[in-house]
Write a protein that binds this ligand. Structure first.
Ligand SMILES: Nc1ncnc2c1ncn2[C@@H]1O[C@H](COP(=O)(O)OP(=O)(O)O)[C@@H](O)[C@H]1O
Ligand SMILES: C=C(OP(=O)(O)O)C(=O)O
Ligand SMILES: [K+]
Ligand SMILES: [Mg+2]
Length: 453
């Protein structure tokens, strides 16, 4: 596990604070560098809490009331609260109402002030705070709800909380444009904080329309397939995932593939064959990170799900290296300055050398993390050990493909840096005397090839 995501849709700040403390404590005690990503709630339409019940079953033909009124627990029979005030006004009789993208389906039969009566047409399980979309003539209706703010007043409070807690990433839900990303980044910068990265969650139709400018403005992106699959026809999700992953790699932004990777492991100790194939495909596409949701938030086998994710990913990468299945991607230039261009060319050459010489590892010494990310982008066959002088940079590097980050107090003498690195990695059994390694430095703009003493 490299990153812990806190989904602010669930739980209160006190609960999330405890999770952050546990992650930080384990990092201290065990020497891990697990980063924390805060994920905003945003203004999606969702059901209320079901009055404390863990789930409710909707049966075929039942008439349920979806209401914008607030209720004291227990809720009246066959009733759910809807968080979006405009819901009763916006829906029309005849609309299809989908819970969690279709886990249960209803048809709107009558509107009665704040209450909307709906007949269940696909029976299914309703989970607390499940996402709701309504569809008319085959598309999701986004008339007024598309005007809702991306970052709500509750989200700003969560963001303040995240900044105060020193989270490493803020993932913004339902991003519609690059402006909101820039707005959040300047808010963070105005507080003289330089070490929180902003990740755009691609999960709405608007985010697809403005995809490239959103990704350019962000420090990374997430293919949030859960909500995306509820907004666009499901059969479009795989090709869109591939397009986003490829674009992120071109623009050198880390990309996370999220949701339902191992969904069946919420209940069962092993995944389906199809899920294993889905994980393999995301790895094959060169995603930087794969994210569990329900599997780890509420599933019965969170640790098993994580180890399946890890073993499947490692296996597919190994197979791919052994069989030389690389589909070399023509990487476009990403650098804007000449100095960056030098770093970029160094990394491309170093990755090529590493593969041709079959070296055991590449070391990269990086202050701002840029050189490490450029190297990760080239996906060399060997492990990449990244050394940085800041603990927060170390945690952020964890989101990027293939990097094994460490903190090292840099000295001006590269020889001394190298020697301390050798001792550190030898002590952990990660390299051994005689190994062939390549060392890159963004301070020296150099490539060195050497044997571990
Ligand atoms: N902090 C939490 N406490 C309890 N249940 C949670 C929590 N986080 C997530 N869940 C459960 O796990 C499911 C999937 O997690 P996630 O993808 O984070 O949520 P969602 O898809 O609802 O936004 C949620 O529907 C919810 O029931
Ligand atoms: C990752 C996602 O967002 P969340 O779990 O917050 O709904 C998603 O929709 O796939
Ligand atoms: K969220
Ligand atoms: Mg989502």
């Amino acid at each position: 596990m490299n990153v812990a995501r806190l989904n602010m849709c669930h739980g209160d700040r006190e609960w999330h604070q405890k999770v952050i403390s546990s992650v930080r404590r384990l990092n201290e005690e065990k020497g891990y560098a697990v980063a924390v990503m805060m994920d905003t709630e945003g203004s999606e339409i969702h059901m209320g809490d079901l009055g404390g019940a863990p789930a409710a079953k909707a049966e075929d033909g039942e008439i349920w009331t979806f209401s914008v009124r607030s209720f004291e627990a227990p809720l009246p029979e066959l009733t759910v609260h809807v968080n979006y005030e405009g819901f009763a006004e916006d829906v029309r009789v005849g609309d299809d109402l989908l819970v969690d993208g279709g886990m249960a389906r209803f048809e709107v039969v009558e509107k009665l002030g704040p209450d909307v009566k709906c007949r269940c047409t696909d029976p299914g399980l309703l989970l607390p705070r499940a996402n709701l979309t309504f569809w008319r003539d085959g598309s999701v209706v986004r008339a007024k709800n598309a005007m809702l703010p991306t970052i709500t007043s509750k989200d700003w409070l969560d963001i303040d909380f995240g900044i105060a807690e020193g989270v490493d990433f803020i993932a913004v839900s339902f991003v519609k444009s690059a402006e909101v990303i820039n707005h959040l980044k300047s808010y963070i910068a105005a507080r003289r904080i330089s070490d929180i990265a902003v990740i755009a969650k691609i999960e709405s139709i608007d985010s697809l329309t403005n995809l490239e400018e959103i990704i350019r403005a962000s420090d990374g992106a997430m293919v949030a397939r859960g909500d995306l699959g509820a907004q666009i026809p499901l059969e479009q999700v795989p090709s869109i995932q591939q397009k986003i992953v490829k674009l992120c790699r071109q623009l050198n932004k880390p990309v996370v593939v999220a949701s339902q990777l191992l969904e069946s492991m919420i209940e069962y100790p092993i995944p389906t064959r199809a899920e294993v194939a889905d994980v393999s495909e995301a790895v094959h596409q060169c995603a930087d990170a794969l994210m569990l949701s329900g599997e780890s938030a509420m599933g019965r086998y969170p640790d098993k799900a994580l180890s399946v994710l890890s073993s499947v990913s490692l296996r597919i990468e190994r197979w791919w290296r052994e069989e030389k299945h690389h589909e070399p991607l023509e990487l476009e230039d990403v650098s804007s300055s000449f100095a960056d261009k030098i770093s970029e060319e160094i990394c491309i050459s170093a990755a090529k050398m590493a593969n041709k010489l079959e070296v055991d590892a590449v070391f990269v010494y990086t202050k701002g993390g840029h050189m490490a990310s450029l190297l990760s982008r080239c996906r060399p066959d060997c492990p990449i050990f990244a050394f940085t002088n800041s603990t927060s940079m170390r945690r952020r590097l964890n989101l990027q493909w293939g990097l094994i980050p460490f903190r090292l107090t840099f000295s001006d003498d590269m020889e001394s840096n190298l020697n301390r690195t050798f001792s550190l990695l030898k002590a952990r059994g990660m390299i051994k005397p005689g190994d062939l390694v390549i060392a890159l430095s963004d301070m020296l703009q150099s490539i060195q090839v050497m044997n571990v003493p």
